[in-house]
Design a protein around this ligand. Sequence first.
Ligand SMILES: Cc1ncc(COP(=O)(O)O)c(C=O)c1O
Ligand SMILES: Nc1c(O)cccc1C(=O)C[C@H](N)C(=O)O
Length: 398
Amino acid sequence: MIDLRRRAARLDAADPLARWRREFVLDPDVMAYLDGNSLGRLPRRTVERLQTFVRDEWGGRLIRGWSEGWAELPTAVGDEVGRLVGAAAGQTVVGDSTSIAIAKALHAAVRLRPERDEIVVAAHDFPTDRYLAQRVAADTGRTLRTVGLRDDGTLDLTDVLGERTAVVLLSHVDYRSGALLDLPRLTRRVHDAGALVVWDLCHSVGVVPIALDQADVDLALGCTYKYLNAGPGAPAFLYAAARHLPHLQQPLPGWWSADDLFAMADDYRPAPDARRLLSGTPNVAGLLAVREGVAMVDEAGVEAIRAKSVLLTGLVLDLLDAEGLDVVTPRDPASRGSHVTVRLPGARDVAERMAERGVLPDFREPDLVRLGLSPLTTSFEEAVVGVEAMLDVVRSTR
Ligand SMILES: Cc1ncc(COP(=O)(O)O)c(C=O)c1O
Ligand SMILES: Nc1c(O)cccc1C(=O)C[C@H](N)C(=O)O
């Protein structure tokens, strides 16, 4: 135990990202926050930025704010997120929820492959991805096909991909196991079959290096409230490759997607650029919070964040393996994201008892405890404190 704390202290002392933790609001009652992959911590800069926005900009500028910069935020902040995920300017917007972005991307992708009649989704993907794929398939007269991840976290599309496939929706990091898919390889695989790919980057954006343009990805989207720390319900981003944008028709073409927003034209003409991905009035406070979170990740550097994430997950895996627990997260660092998941009898009860000790993990149905490690805010000591609490609880139930 003492050795372990010393190891953690050494890792913290050598951590080039250690200073970032102080940039966040830290609740002294929380001994270990291992849920940054559901909701990231609150950056101090965001507190200040939103106070200024509410008081001086909303309060002081009122309607004038729209012509003083608010109206450009969905594309400006979109480009900032785009830089983090390897997307050149002009292809990314920030606006709706992730669920809405998934629906828009799937609809648009299906329309780009009108002669094909199948949509593929991972069998155990996050519910919103599966539900929306079902709905889009039903509404567009397509058939939905599912494919399961292998036990080692990899994905083989051979049985589901063919000349009927219009679009494949995939999550870069699996929300349960933390398995990280090979985005460039799978994108090529889907393209070889003549289909399009939509990537859900919720659990990888801000913590795994991503190069969307380089990988030739068609469409992608993701949350901003996890590793980008933009707050509960902060708006999601949606990317469409420049080659698709001129032909792309999305299913919710509201006035914010029209070519001249304030022309109030009788006939709808889509904006020629990424604004055609928008629908209605954006949430300005949310966009400003995304901007702060993205700037912090950008300053710290995604490569450095990824390097710390691999060390954090490696440390936690070592501790769980030493205890002989049933870890479902891949051991190969190249195949895992930034959370580690354990299958446990009584997982819900274990998570609740950890929470009573001030350690906050996630419980995921039916029997999983998920430990999220968010490199800007999670110290090595915090990770060890969290795992020790978990092991204490598990041992006491044996
Ligand atoms: C893979 C994945 N997709 C989508 C979502 C969420 O979508 P929304 O922000 O619309 O609730 C989550 C998490 O909530 C997720 O983990
Ligand atoms: N988006 C969430 C919410 O609105 C409430 C509670 C949790 C969430 C989450 O983000 C869950 C998360 N995507 C997951 O992987 O489980």
